[in-house]
Design a protein around this ligand. Structure first.
Ligand code: GLC
Length: 502
């Protein structure tokens, strides 16, 4: 009897061992299958988002073609190529007290600057920065303008010693408004659309300066808005004040955009008097650039269709700070759903739009510790995913790299497209850009925005792309430089160079 039981137990335990072994093997196979699927999702994304040098060259050409089209006629291209009416860039001679107001991202800024001409330059400046309350980004035009006018009024009240307009002159203000505006003059223009997550219920078609001036009146601020400018234009002016080789400015922040100095005769759609300088700054609104050459994946399609402005700002959605983190999130979500990257349950946070921010990407991407500690920390704190194995962290870093590389390369191609258009890319048209000494002119591209400033890998990819596309010789005459926080002061400088007292 005992023997029988013993045999029975032995058989049962052998069966259990077999079953456990089979289970372990099948789990291993399943987990290997899952892991392989994760890798294949990664690889597919890599292939779809990759940009060869020849593809980048085609994008450069597409950019110049669209620039021509946008300059030729209203609505000629998705690139709006908006006239800024800035034909008088600051030279350094400006004098007196000017105010600046800078609105367009998550923060807005008020500032004043006392200018002392070529000798004194910026004698004194002060600024205050305030976040835009999120509810105002989805409220009404009037609420938004009332808010900024209130902040401006408080700031003006605090004007102290060392600030004074020139005798007999009133205070003037430059307004940086970083949305697409169709300008009719340097100090007026109608809003074309809201971008970058602003979902204000009205304001489109309204004169922006009038909105501001009405709000200022309510607050008792008596100041003339002498210049209305885009942030790219403000940045260009701010950088040009110090260096006359600056020909182009690019913003890489929440959104992305570029402006540059164009010859007036190249702007066919411009009907006004030829400016004395013979040039005008063009606000490209390149965030809306589109070409079938751009590497759009299914993740980008979903991001676009779920955005506040579907079908618009396609270039921006591949490049700028508002969107990069969300592209990574979308790929992680798919990996998590289809191949259990973070275990059997999909972390609920991965369903939330914009939960992964671009500053998080930058930190994870820069993590050089052997166990990718920072990546682990951010996955835990931003997404609530704890105890991630190293190989999972590596996938996350790889994704940050792919998304960043694509965005930076596209921006680099955009820059080279503009340089090509103005004959500063070292190619045939470059003869226009020879200085009197017969040597090629220097060209400075002024860069601003948090993405450029705080994401070293993005910067590196961007500069490498510009260098690869231009070639060593032409690149030696081009300098891509950070011009920090120039857009507000640039607007104040433009108020000075377009002052009614000039
Ligand atoms: C968006 C705006 C544009 C602005 C850019 C950078 O693309 O439409 O006007 O210059 O963001 O802030």
């Amino acid at each position: 009897m005992m023997k029988k039981i013993g045999v029975g137990l032995a058989i049962t335990s052998a069966a259990v061992t077999c079953a456990v072994a089979a289970y372990i093997v099948s789990r291993r196979i399943r987990s290997r299958k899952n892991w392989n699927h994760t890798l294949s999702i990664l690889q597919e994304f890599q292939i779809e988002s990759s940009l060869s040098i020849s593809r980048l060259r085609q994008i450069v050409d597409a950019m110049t073609v669209e620039m021509h089209a946008g300059l030729a006629s209203e609505g000629g291209s998705k690139l709006r190529m908006l006239l800024s009416y800035v034909d008088n860039l600051p030279t350094g001679d400006e004098q007196g007290l000017y105010y600046g107001l800078d609105l367009g991202g998550t923060n807005f800024r008020v500032l004043r600057v006392q200018l002392g001409g070529k000798e004194g330059r910026v004698i004194k400046q002060e600024y205050e920065e305030v976040p835009i309350p999120p509810q105002l980004m989805v409220g009404t035009n009037e609420e938004l303008f009332d808010y900024i006018a209130t902040k401006l009024a408080h700031f003006v009240e605090k004007e102290g010693d060392g600030f004074h307009p020139r005798p007999g002159q009133d205070r003037e203000l430059g307004f940086t408004f970083s949305f697409p505006v169709k300008q009719l003059s340097i100090d007026s223009g109608c809003l074309l659309k809201w971008t970058k997550g602003f979902a204000i219920s009205d304001g489109i078609g309204k004169d922006v300066v009038q909105s501001l001036q009405e709000a200022m009146k309510k607050q008792g601020v008596n100041m003339r808005v002498a210049a209305l400018v885009n942030d790219t234009v403000g940045t260009l002016a701010g950088a040009r004040y110090w260096n006359e080789d600056v020909m182009m400015a690019v913003i890489l922040g929440t959104g992305t955009n570029a402006c540059y100095v164009e010859r007036a005769e190249a702007i066919t759609k411009y009907q006004g008097e030829t400016p004395k300088s013979g040039t005008m700054v063009i606000n490209m609104e390149w965030g809306n650039f589109w070409s079938s050459l751009l590497p759009k994946t299914s993740y980008d399609e979903d991001l676009d269709s779920e955005s506040l402005n579907p079908g618009e700002q396609g270039f921006e959605k591949l490049i700028s700070g508002m969107y990069l983190g969300d592209i990574v999130r979308r790929v992680l979500l798919r990996m998590s759903e289809e191949s259990f990257l973070f275990g059997t349950e999909v972390p609920p946070s991965l369903f939330k739009q914009f939960v992964l921010r671009t500053p998080d990407l930058s930190k994870m991407h820069q993590d050089e510790s052997s166990d990718l500690r920072e990546v682990g920390r951010i996955l835990k704190h931003a997404l609530g995913i704890a105890n991630t194995p190293l190989k999972v962290r590596k996938i996350v870093v790889e994704l940050c790299d792919l998304v960043t590389e694509r965005g930076a390369k596209l921006c680099g191609a955009g820059i080279v497209g503009v340089l090509k258009k103005i004959g500063r890319d070292g190619s045939t048209a470059g003869s226009r850009a020879k200085s009197e000494s017969g040597r090629a002119k220097k060209t400075v591209v002024a860069m601003d925005g948090g993405l450029y400033e705080h994401y070293p890998n993005f910067r590196r990819y961007l500069k490498e792309t510009v260098e690869d596309l231009l070639g060593e010789e032409a690149y030696a005459n081009v300098s891509v430089e950070l011009s920090k926080d120039g857009s507000g002061i640039g607007a104040a400088l433009l108020a000075a160079s377009h002052s009614k007292y000039n």
